[in-house]
Design a protein around this ligand. Structure first.
Ligand SMILES: *Cc1c(COP(=O)(O)O)cnc(C)c1O
Length: 369
């Protein structure tokens, strides 16, 4: 049996006609630059994420850059985040001229450890980028409290956590600015690249709308140096259709996750994802911590089961960040996770039969020893 890590075909085939019809509307007007679908999609996301303002842009990476630019972060500033995340969280800090300052994640949720934030704060610290890793929000109540007390801005890198909740609040709508990615393999994926910033602050919203178009207002008059980072109208048309299905897809992911918990919790060599009692994950990934991880990965691949390591090398040990002078041993939890994590299929259209095959294969791998 073949079980891919993500089955894009299975997601698209039932809705392709609907998407074609929406894209046809773009061809009818040729409004490629910020056409009506962009605004419509921004408004739908505001509803979906319970947030006042949504600003479409061209990727999740640009959304992070725009967020930091809007918050006036740059040369000489420090931004606290974790080394166990996707590269873009940290490259955005570097790219705007600020310095990434790492702290470790918690060993249970793999999200930023609120207990470690205050020790990392200096006179130069301006912001925290919180990552809602694998679709589970970080402890936003404690993080917001610490940020408020220390006068820091909070950016939520919510590329993986669309629709997830912490303490009843929607991820991405809690900090000063939240960012979304619509990279094709995200829970809400475009047919290409797209991203978004979320905020409840009208001033930040106005600034973000300008920053995504070279910081201009009116045209050819520039108050800030922004980016060329509009949300493409054709991508907005695709996303508008797919957003209608997102809540259902997320529920299916949660059910698939539940099935794993019910049927795999007894395997002593693996640890299933721990979800904080106040958090509701969208299960962007179902990431286990596994003994003999690399052997398990090869075994599953030999059985036609898709799986992947997010992430094999923590960011404080990446060559491009060697100038920060971190070393192996600085963030033990992140380093250990990078050696033990394995994400297994949890996508919405996964069948019970496929899940049973995944579970049996993992069991067989450890039983054969
Ligand atoms: C995907 C992702 C991004 C970047 O999004 P792109 O749309 O690919 O630029 C940023 N941060 C995290 C945590 C991500 O998973």
């Amino acid at each position: 049996m073949k079980v891919p890590l993500l089955d894009i075909n299975a997601q698209y085939s039932p809705i392709l006609d609907e998407i074609r019809a929406e894209i046809e509307k773009v061809f009818a007007t040729h409004a490629y630059k910020l056409g009506p679908q962009v605004k419509e999609f921004e408004e739908e996301i505001q509803q979906f994420c319970s947030v006042k303002h949504a600003i479409g842009c061209s990727s999740g990476t640009d959304a992070l850059l725009l967020a930091l630019l809007a918050l006036n972060i740059g040369d000489g500033d420090e931004v606290i985040t974790t080394p166990f995340t996707f590269f873009a969280t940290v490259s955005s800090i570097h790219r705007i001229g600020a310095k990434p300052v790492f702290i470790d994640v918690t060993p249970d949720t793999y999200n930023i450890d609120p207990n470690k934030i205050e020790k990392a704060i200096t006179a130069k610290t301006k912001a925290i980028i919180v990552v809602h890793l694998f679709g589970q929000p970080a402890e936003m109540d404690r993080i917001m409290e610490i940020a408020k007390k220390n006068n820091l801005k909070v950016v939520e890198d919510n590329a993986q956590g669309i629709g997830a909740k912490f303490d009843g609040k929607t991820a991405g709508a809690i900090g000063d600015i939240g960012t979304l990615s619509f990279f094709p393999s995200k829970n809400l994926g475009a047919m290409g690249d797209a991203g978004m910033c979320l905020t409840n602050n009208p001033d930040l919203s106005a600034k973000l709308f300008q920053l995504r178009e070279h910081g201009e207002n009116p045209q050819y008059y520039h108050k800030w140096v922004g980016l060329n980072s509009r949300l493409d109208t054709i991508q907005a048309a695709v996303l508008l259709v797919k957003l209608r299905y997102l809540a259902g897809w997320s529920e299916m992911r949660r059910q698939n996750a539940r099935y794993y918990y019910e049927n795999m919790s007894d395997i002593p060599q693996i640890k299933l994802p721990f979800i904080h009692k106040k958090a509701e994950s969208n299960f962007n990934q179902f990431t286990i911590v596994a003994e003999k991880r690399d052997e398990l990965k090869n075994y599953l691949i030999s059985k036609d089961i898709g799986c992947a390591i997010y992430y094999p090398k923590p960011l404080h040990l990446q060559e491009c960040f060697s100038y920060l002078n971190y070393k192996s041993g600085d963030f033990l939890i992140s380093e250990e996770l990078s050696k033990k994590v394995l994400s297994i299929p949890v996508y919405s259209e996964l069948s019970r039969q496929q899940q049973n095959y995944v579970i049996d294969s993992i069991r067989n791998f450890y039983n054969q020893e």
